[in-house]
Design a protein around this ligand. Structure first.
Ligand SMILES: N[C@@H](CCC(=O)N[C@@H](CS)C(=O)NCC(=O)O)C(=O)O
Length: 222
């Protein structure tokens, strides 16, 4: 049985959703975050050296990194589903968004979350907190927020031109992009085309079934 090593409130929710869309049987091994640091427990390092989620184990093979897992699952169990035909413009768009989600979209969103938490870090002396707050707030306002706004504008323009990121049908690219769009909804403001898109994803029976399997899923806010 395929096992998903799933960290609560995390990117690995996408893997559960994909498995539900594909109708593949799986087992969920759940991990809770440390409430103070939000980090994964050490037990995840026994599965993969980086100790991050998601990780899957299928047929004795361990695979980490969401994009690699999505590619593997669609190639192994998709039978042509959730991926545009090879050689089409949609396939190129699929490849682009699949990599872009973690490679370009997530870094500013993660940085915004980390910067918002630095001023409250337990290790920071109390007299440094106002300085850290001003510094992190300044970088967020002058650099991260404009970066995030540019990404959001780009997604909106894409979804104004086609219903899904890689054309007329849901693909693995949408499953990858769901997390940056959800994270952006908690860390910035989204235009209507993106809130409508997210609502459409959230209404899918497979998305709802994955939430039931994965347990609590609440995007962490700054
Ligand atoms: N690019 C990686 C990111 C993996 C990652 O950072 N996962 C987060 C979950 S949202 C995690 O495990 N965080 C806990 C930690 O870093 O200890 C992927 O998409 O798989």
């Amino acid at each position: 049985m395929l096992i998903v090593h799933h960290l609560e409130n995390s990117r690995s929710q996408r893997v559960l959703w994909l498995l539900e869309e594909l109708g593949v049987a799986y087992e969920v091994q759940r991990y809770a975050r440390d409430p103070a640091t939000m980090l994964a427990p050490r037990a995840l390092r026994d599965i993969h050296p980086l100790g991050k989620s998601p990780v899957i184990v299928d047929d004795g093979v361990t695979i980490a990194e969401t994009g690699a897992i999505v590619e593997y699952l669609i190639a192994t169990y998709g039978a042509g589903r959730l991926i545009p035909a090879a050689g089409t413009p949609e396939r190129l768009a699929y490849t682009y968004w699949l990599h872009y989600a973690e490679g370009s979209a997530m870094p500013p969103l993660v940085n915004k979350l980390i910067f918002s938490r630095i001023p409250q870090a337990p290790a920071l002396p109390f007299f440094m907190r106002p300085v850290a707050k001003a510094l992190m707030g300044g970088v967020t306002k002058s650099y991260l927020d404009p970066q995030i706004a540019a990404h959001i504008k780009f997604w909106a323009a894409t979804l104004e031109a086609s219903p899904y990121f890689a054309g007329p049908a849901l693909t693995g690219a949408d499953i990858m992009m769901s997390f940056p769009v959800e994270a952006a909804s908690a860390r910035a403001s989204l235009p209507p085309v993106l809130t409508t898109y997210l609502a459409g994803l959230h209404a899918r029976p497979a998305y709802k079934a994955a939430l039931e399997r994965g347990g609590p899923y609440d995007i962490i806010k700054p």
